[in-house]
Write a protein that binds this ligand. Structure first.
Ligand code: UDX
Ligand code: UDX
Length: 460
């Protein structure tokens, strides 16, 4: 296998953008081109002002500043980039199907297939095609069959190289990964990709497997992580009725080295583009092989997560004398976790939707999410007209404006800045009794109650 000199990545999103930036930073002799159909997104990646990058991720600006224009390029010329590349990463989105067979569960592979057809049409020399997008198991087989049936005599090797970075810590995760996973059938192709990562990752942390193990491992890793969150969230409800404290339980069990302390933080529910989608994929695959018990087992992780979000909203309504109609509820945070501007599957969307059904008036403040995105997320649910969403929801750029005259505050994202607010001053500006519903267990109960708040936190 010849040395990789040019890499192209199709899809300049939360995964493709940061991953390729780091690959380019660490491999200065490889030309890395990231292409996307979305012109506005590419323009943002090329913006001279690094504040305007389309993905907010701590440390990303410095990596882009290092490599962009040197050996890292962003472009909409997909065909040229495919033609020139030795290795092509596919990092387009694979949303859950919203129509037809597998609706609400199966992954929609239409973008993946479009990429494969375009690669097949354009390629004039041999290529290594790397699946970066999370895919249902055995997608590589479909890719291979599309690529091999074009009859232009080009050889394609398919590799699976799932991404394990978490948003908000993507650059740290990429610079220092627990492991890099590469699945494939052709040892020379695998070795070519190993070399790209070996530029900064120790060889013993680069695992190689067969294609299907690699594809499945990504789904399973996310399912196990999500399961931990649902497990502790299930215990949080039990804590609330028994008088135990979920943080104390987490700490006590996390000290057992067999259990470990990470991913045991009770919350309003997990969100993000991966957990729900990947579990749904796992469930769909299991069901399609007739493995009903396996499918039901994993589906429960999602059912519990939906329950946790609904329960948080219900508690707000009940505590506020069973009506939130016309009341102002300030939402602190909209992103699915801190340090990202990504809102996909964020718990905030579902909690808001529940409260809006009761005609609450919600004022949202998030340090990184723009108003259009918030309205888009609510409109996407289709629960009410977009006029009604705009009538009931206001988005502000100043947190104190959100809290002015509010009946209650709900904390949906664990942004650090929320801790530093002047909560005594906030209470003065709020309607009394002043309620705080802390979906992230971010604030200190003693401090808030001594100021005079009615403070509710998950699992206490
Ligand atoms: C996506 C998937 O959600 C995830 O499962 C997978 O592991 C990696 O790809 P992400 O990068 O977060 O993750 O998605 P997104 O931010 O939506 O980026 C995908 C990009 O692909 C978009 O910018 C979109 O414009 C682009 N795209 C999509 C193409 O360039 N061509 C297409 O045909 C489809
Ligand atoms: C996840 C995986 O961690 C990553 O390896 C994979 O590549 C993509 O999916 P991400 O979705 O970016 O990453 O974020 P993650 O940190 O895993 O958090 C997911 C959700 O779980 C967030 O909403 C977070 O707030 C929630 N969470 C996480 C909890 O509620 N409690 C926890 O203890 C941990």
């Amino acid at each position: 296998m010849k040395e990789i000199k040019k890499i192209t990545c199709i899809g300049a999103g939360y995964v493709g953008g940061p991953t390729m930036s780091v690959i380019a930073q660490k491999n200065p002799n490889v030309i890395v081109t990231v292409v996307d159909l979305n012109q506005a997104r590419i323009d943002a990646w090329n913006d001279a002002d690094l504040e305007n990058l389309p993905v907010y991720e701590p440390g990303l600006d410095a990596v882009v500043a290092d490599a962009r224009g040197r050996n890292l390029f962003f472009s909409t010329d997909v065909e040229k980039a495919i033609d020139e590349a030795d290795m092509i990463f596919i990092s387009v989105n694979t949303p859950t199907k919203t129509y037809g067979k597998g609706k609400g569960q199966a992954a929609d592979l239409k973008y993946i297939e479009l990429c494969a057809r375009q690669i097949a049409a354009v390629a004039k020399s041999d290529k290594i095609v790397v699946e970066k997008s999370t895919l249902p198991v055995r997608t590589a087989a479909a890719l291979k069959s599309i690529l091999d049936n074009t009859g232009n005599g080009v050889n394609f090797h398919i590799l699976s190289n799932p991404e394990f970075l978490a948003e908000g810590t993507a650059i740290v995760d990429l610079h220092n990964p627990d492991r890099v996973l590469i699945g494939g059938e052709d040892s020379a192709a695998i070795e070519a990709l190993v070399q790209v990562y070996e530029a900064w990752v120790p060889r013993e942390r680069i695992l190689t497997t067969n294609l299907w193990s690699s594809e499945l491992s990504k789904l399973v890793a996310n399912a196990f992580l999500a399961q931990r969150v649902s497990s502790i969230n299930a215990i949080s409800e039990l804590c609330e009725v028994t008088g135990a404290n979920v943080d104390e339980v987490s700490r006590a069990i996390g000290y057992d080295s067999r259990i470990g302390s990470k991913f045991l933080k009770a919350s309003v529910g997990f969100g993000g583009s991966c957990f729900q989608k990947d579990i749904l994929n796992l469930v769909y695959i299991a069901r399609s092989y007739g493995l009903t018990a396996v499918a039901d087992y994993w589906e429960q992780v999602i059912i519990l997560n939906d329950h946790q979000k609904a329960r948080f909203a219900e508690n707000i309504i009940q505590t506020m004398y069973n009506t939130v109609n016309g009341k102002n509820i300030a939402f602190l945070g909209w992103a699915f976790k801190k340090d990202t501007n990504d809102t996909r599957e964020s718990a905030a969307i579902y909690v808001a939707d529940h409260l809006l059904e009761e005609e609450a008036h919600i004022v949202v403040y998030d340090p990184k999410v723009p108003a259009e995105q918030i309205y888009k997320d609510l409109d996407y649910l289709g629960t009410r007209s977009s006029e009604d969403n705009r009538r009931l929801v206001t988005v502000v750029n100043d947190p104190y404006e959100a809290l002015q005259g509010a009946h209650a505050v709900a904390i949906l994202t664990e942004w650090d800045e929320f801790r530093t607010y002047d909560w005594a001053k906030i209470r003065e500006e709020m309607k009394k009794p002043a309620f705080v519903f802390d979906g992230r267990k971010l604030l200190k109960r003693d401090q808030l109650t001594s100021i005079g708040f009615d403070y509710y936190a998950i699992g206490e």
